[in-house]
Design a protein around this ligand. Structure first.
Ligand code: URA
Length: 221
């Protein structure tokens, strides 16, 4: 809004309400942003990973994205750079996004655990218990229309199930009120190229949902 628009807006408000003016708070005062949350938690030492990590890996991408991708935990490269999926698996993920005309700026990417487990071991139940509330808060702020769990471990961890990938990827689950799909972890695609075909089917479906959510959001304002 230009300065003159702003004054004419204020004049209209004054005509309507006299000297009693109701103002809305500027957006920055109204909303608690993802970066506010990141600043609040990025020195976390609730579990031992807080002492062994190099960098806290909060998440990256568009805070208004319709879709949030959730991996398992940062690896070596992510721990060094403070950003999820920047190593070999991350490069493949970027290529998959590019193949469906998306980039990491269109989506939001984070992990169940925000700190790297030593030697990339699986997350411990106690670590998940302490870290999952951070993911839930991120989702509360972003309000995505779809979550995509990347890999068996992320899916098992979030959904508290032990099903096989080939079964999970055919389902749509609900995670804390939000629809959740499951697909292969990009590391699994690097290890086993025969998973690339079903993963490609999954990502085409994910793109369709992404476009559907965007169009619903634009119709509903
Ligand atoms: N694997 C994950 O699950 N997350 C990352 O950020 C990197 C590799």
């Amino acid at each position: 809004m230009s300065e003159s628009d702003y004054y004419s807006y204020l004049r209209q408000i004054h005509e309507l309400y006299g000297d009693e003016i109701f103002v809305t708070f500027p957006e920055t005062m109204q909303t608690y942003s993802l970066s506010d949350f990141e600043n609040e938690i990025n020195a976390c030492e609730k579990c031992s990973l807080g002492k062994t990590r190099t960098k806290f890996v909060f998440g990256v991408g568009n805070p208004q994205s319709p879709i949030v991708f959730v991996g398992e935990a940062p690896g070596k490269d992510e721990d060094l750079q403070g950003e999820p999926f920047v190593g070999r698996a991350g490069k493949l993920l970027d290529k998959i996004f590019a193949a469906i005309n998306l980039s990491r700026e269109d989506v939001y990417i984070c992990n169940v655990l925000k700190c790297r487990p030593p030697q990339n071991r699986d997350p411990l139940p106690s670590e998940i218990e302490l870290c999952e509330p951070y993911l839930l808060r991120q989702l509360e702020i972003i309000q995505p229309g779809l979550i995509v769990a990347l890999g068996r471990i992320a899916a098992h961890t979030l959904l508290k199930i032990k099903d096989r990938m080939m079964d999970m990827r055919k389902q749509t689950y609900i995670y804390h009120g939000i629809p959740m799909k499951v697909t292969y972890h990009p590391s699994a695609l690097l290890r086993n190229p025969s998973f690339k075909k079903p993963a490609w089917e999954d990502f085409k479906e994910i793109l369709a949902v992404y476009n559907q959510i965007l169009s619903e959001r634009s119709t509903n304002g």
